[in-house]
Structure formats: C-alpha cells, structure tokens
Design a protein around this ligand. Structure first.
Ligand SMILES: [Zn+2]
Ligand SMILES: [Zn+2]
Ligand SMILES: [Zn+2]
Length: 336
C-alpha cells in the first residue's frame, strides 16, 4: 500500500477520536501541490520544444512554471511544513508531559490527580495513550520524510534534504524528541521485561544497562529503529538523574550542572544562556532541558545498587556545594 493511503487510513481509523485533537501533516494537500508542479514541469518541457503555449493564455501555467526555483511552491511548501512540524512537536511534548505526570506522581499527589480524572486513567489507559502517542509521532515523522523526498524528486533538487537538516538543527526533527525516550522508558517501566508485548503494538523496546555501552533501543512502527546511548559523556557512566538538553544530548544532572558552572541545588535553569553543550557546543541549551524522570526510574529499577550509589554521591556533592556557597555568601555580607 502507498504511504498516502496508509496515512489516510491511520488518520481516519479507530484512533480518529484521539487524533482529532492534534495537528498532523497535511500530506494530501502537500502532495497535491507537488502534483501540480509535476504536471506543469512536464508541460513546460514540451512547451520549450514547440514554443506554442503562451503564458498569458495559461495563467495557471505561468504561476507554476518556474521549474528551476519553483517560487510558488517553495514559499508555501516549506513554510507550511515547518509550521506543521512545530505544531506536532508541541502537541506531542505537552501530551507526553501530561501522561507521564500522571504516572510518576506519587502518593497523595497521584490520589488527587486520579480523583480529578474521575478514575478515568487507569494503568491500561495510560499505556494505551502512550502507544497512540508513539504512533502519532512516528506516522507524522514518516509523512514528513516521504513528502520531502517527493519534493526533491519532482523538482530534481536537494532543497528537501536541506530542509531536513534545517529541521534537525532547529530541533524539530520529530523522532529526536527527548519525550520519545521518556515514552520508551515509560513502556519498559510498565512491562518490566524487554520486548514484552503489554498490549498489541507493532513496535518493541529494549534496554540493556549491563552492556559495555548502556543502550536503549526502540523499534517503532514501519521498522524505524532508534538507539540511545545512555552513557554520560562527562562522567562516562550510565546517566543518573538524567537531563536532555535542547540539543538532545543526555547528561547526569550533576554533570550538566558542572558543565554549565551552576550548583546542583540551583539547577539547570540557573545556567547562563551562553553556556554550551559539552558535546555539540550549542549555546542556550540548558534553560529548557527536560528532566527524564521515566528514564531515571528505569535505571533505578534495573540497576538499583548503582543508582543508590550515585544518589548518595549526588547528595554529598550537593551538601558540599551549598556549604561552600553559603560560606562565600556570608563572607561577602560580613566583608572579610
Ligand atoms: Zn514546485
Ligand atoms: Zn555524568
Ligand atoms: Zn549537545
């Protein structure tokens, strides 16, 4: 089946009620735009040979017939796609955030939340929603890839490819979202075992923390395979209390704090906007860093001793830092 059909079926299938609330890639519309480009290019080709068709007589043609640069479709096409990708990424992260909040909330907090949700969200529902969100992000990511490929084919250009890199650079590549890692960890936390099919789902997840390089792998619908290295590039250990910076790189909170020259108790929000990621050197990546609670929970469950050890070390470091901090503050106030 062609992807367009699959996507249409997905949008209007049994998840329609769920997808109604979300933006999605206007695949059909974008494809129609490309189709008019193609028709026009074909005509334009024969036009050159015969030189019989006059642009003025065919306003539709003159509108589309700029085959080299294709100004009409370039402007509309990429702006539209960028807007859609931004919307989708926004929908996805806010829904995942909400879903995981319900899961990680503990004790009284959870109780209150549950009552507010009128007991609607039992565990199965949470997992079900997680699955739908994974499918949502994957299907839209595929739609974007396909439509960009099509764009390049129709125009024999590399603009689609360039646009893809631009999206990556602006962190709009949908499958790069740290919330997807969180969803994968959430799944594994529910299942307990790797690859187990909690409910019917075409993807599968696994996490191996004992390997020389701790990794989490996710196989998504359409056999897209994602692999995440869970080693912190600063301490070279499995990440503890992990944070994903805006650039997508994962670090332990304490390591990220030291890289940004802030104290652990101050947190990454206190980092200067000039602070750079130690791996990719991008600036301004700390303010909106994502605290990966599900991933932390996964590591805690699977690697309890290591996790405890790191917790004790982090606390000790925090006490030391705050002591130094307050000493320096008092010195400043007293002035000696
Ligand atoms: Zn075009
Ligand atoms: Zn670290
Ligand atoms: Zn980075």
């Amino acid at each position: 089946m062609k992807f367009g059909e699959t996507f249409k079926e997905y949008l209007h299938g049994d998840q329609e009620w769920f997808l109604d609330k979300f933006s999605h890639v206007e695949y059909k519309r974008l494809k129609r735009v490309l189709k008019s480009c193609r028709t026009c290019q074909a005509l334009h080709g024969s036009n050159k040979k015969t030189e019989q068709i006059d642009d003025e007589e065919n306003p539709m043609l003159s509108q589309f017939c700029q085959c080299q640069s294709c100004p009409v479709c370039d402007q509309m096409f990429f702006t539209e796609l960028m807007r859609e990708a931004t919307d989708i990424a926004g929908c996805f992260s806010s829904r995942v955030r909400h879903l995981l909040h319900l899961h990680v909330a503990t004790g009284m907090q959870r109780y209150v939340l549950r009552i507010r949700q009128c007991f609607k969200n039992d565990q199965q529902d949470l997992v079900q929603e997680g699955r739908m969100l994974i499918e949502y992000i994957t299907m839209n990511a595929i739609a974007i890839r396909k439509i960009l490929k099509k764009y390049d084919k129709v125009h024999s250009s590399v603009n689609g490819k360039k646009f893809k890199s631009k999206m990556r650079a602006e962190h709009l590549e949908l499958l790069q979202s740290p919330w997807l890692i969180e969803l994968g960890a959430f799944y594994l936390n529910f299942n307990g075992s790797d690859g187990g099919e909690f409910i019917q789902f075409s993807g599968s997840f696994a996490c191996d923390l004992n390997a020389t390089e701790p990794v989490m792998t996710m196989v998504l619908p359409n056999s897209i395979k994602l692999e995440y290295d869970l080693t912190c590039a600063i301490c070279l250990e499995t990440v503890f209390n992990p944070y994903a910076l805006t650039c997508g790189h994962l670090f332990c909170k304490s390591c990220a704090c030291s890289a940004a020259s802030v104290m652990i108790f101050q947190g990454l929000k206190a980092a200067s906007p000039d602070s750079k990621c130690p791996i990719c050197r991008e600036a301004g990546v700390y303010a909106n860093a994502v605290n990966m609670l599900e991933l932390d929970l996964l590591i805690k469950r699977r690697h309890r001793d290591y996790w405890k050890e790191r917790l004790i070390a982090e606390r000790a470091e925090m006490v030391k830092q705050s002591k130094e901090y307050w000493e320096s503050q008092t010195k400043y106030v007293i002035g000696y």
